[in-house]
Design a protein around this ligand. Structure first.
Ligand code: PHE
Length: 340
């Protein structure tokens, strides 16, 4: 039978296609309407029914094989645009790696979560659109208190007031009101304030709130937790300082400063020549706040803190303009890691 077909797989396989000219030769010889295969199909007609069956199958297989070889070679020429007779130039620069990278704020957020998770803190979430009670009143901001002015925001509705939350402290309330103590959680998220946009202020930014409520939680726990955090986050040589402050929802309250990472306490324009940079607000949860959430302050005590993710990221990466985080300039974003 093979004699009659006068074409074998070997003949197809051994045809070397190295150049585009070879490809054309191959096409003419095997694939085209005047090629061997088409001619052999013509010749099938002269065979007996029995022979036709066998020969037809062999020929169909050969047709498939030769076409596959043709399309593969054609595709290879198209994709490489190189003539197969040329050697591949191994010194050519590789195609640039287009893998994306994490946003620097996310890198910081993941790192903060990682540190607190190891101390047994859960991650909790709360709404960005909030009512007045959760954002202010429950946190002990009386209605006309001047502290509200420092956290002016964007209102979605008035009377009753629905607004964009000014801090992540609203999640403290949502957590305590809905569940039973003890609580040990951090709450990262976006917050909003009615501020003019500049290198140091923006109408939205990110915070991580922390809350620890249990029996016998004291100020020393707050201090030790934040001390541990700063060493993990910024390195073991970083110093920490607690500066007395005021928040309506904590008593006593303290700002957490760390020794300036840029000048190591010598004084520079980042730390305004003080040697210290503020990274968080903190304090013992005010008994009134616990009462608003139906927790007995005689039985439970706790501490809370809130830190700015932008501020920490700016210190970690020596970034000097807050606007860079939201401009989406690829030249800025691609400088950060693709993994964390
Ligand atoms: N919510 C405060 C702010 O945005 C920070 C803070 C949180 C202070 C928790 C004390 C306790 O400024």
């Amino acid at each position: 039978m093979e004699q009659k077909i006068k074409l074998t797989e070997d003949q197809v396989n051994s045809f070397r296609i190295k150049t585009k000219e070879d490809l054309e030769q191959y096409r003419l010889q095997f694939i085209s309407k005047k090629g061997v295969i088409a001619t052999l199909f013509e010749e099938l007609k002269s065979l007996s029914a029995e022979e036709k069956k066998l020969a037809g199958k062999m020929l169909n297989d050969l047709k498939k094989l030769s076409e596959e070889k043709f399309f593969l070679a054609q595709e290879a020429f198209e994709s490489t645009k190189l003539s197969a007779s040329e050697d591949i130039d191994l010194t050519l620069p590789v195609t640039p790696n287009k893998t994306g990278s994490y946003h620097p704020l996310n890198l910081t957020r993941y790192r903060i979560i990682e540190i607190f998770e190891r101390l047994g803190f859960n991650v909790e979430d709360g709404p960005e659109i909030e009512d007045d009670w959760h954002n202010f009143t429950a946190l002990n901001f009386p209605e006309s208190h001047p502290a509200r002015e420092m956290q002016d925001t964007f209102f979605i509705e008035k009377n009753p007031d629905i607004l964009l939350r000014t801090h992540t402290s609203n999640v403290q309330i949502r957590l305590m009101k809905d569940r039973k103590p003890p609580f040990r959680a951090i709450m990262p998220g976006r917050v909003y304030r009615n501020e003019a946009i500049s290198a140091r202020a923006h109408c939205f930014f990110h915070q991580v709130e922390g809350l620890y409520v249990d029996k016998n939680v004291g100020f020393s726990d707050l201090k030790q937790t934040l001390y541990h955090f700063t060493k993990e986050m910024f390195g073991k040589d970083t110093k920490i300082r607690l500066r007395p402050s005021y928040f309506p929802f904590t008593e006593p309250s303290a700002e957490i400063d760390i020794s300036c990472l840029i000048c190591h306490g010598q004084g520079c324009n980042v730390c305004k020549y003080s040697g210290w940079v503020e990274i968080a607000g903190s304090g013992m949860v005010h008994p009134e706040v616990l009462r608003h959430c139906n927790i007995d302050p005689e039985e439970y005590t706790g501490f809370a803190f809130g830190m700015g993710i932008e501020r920490i990221t700016m210190l970690r990466h020596r970034i000097n303009d807050l606007r860079l985080f939201s401009e989406n300039d690829i030249r800025f974003l691609k400088q950060f890691k693709a993994t964390y």
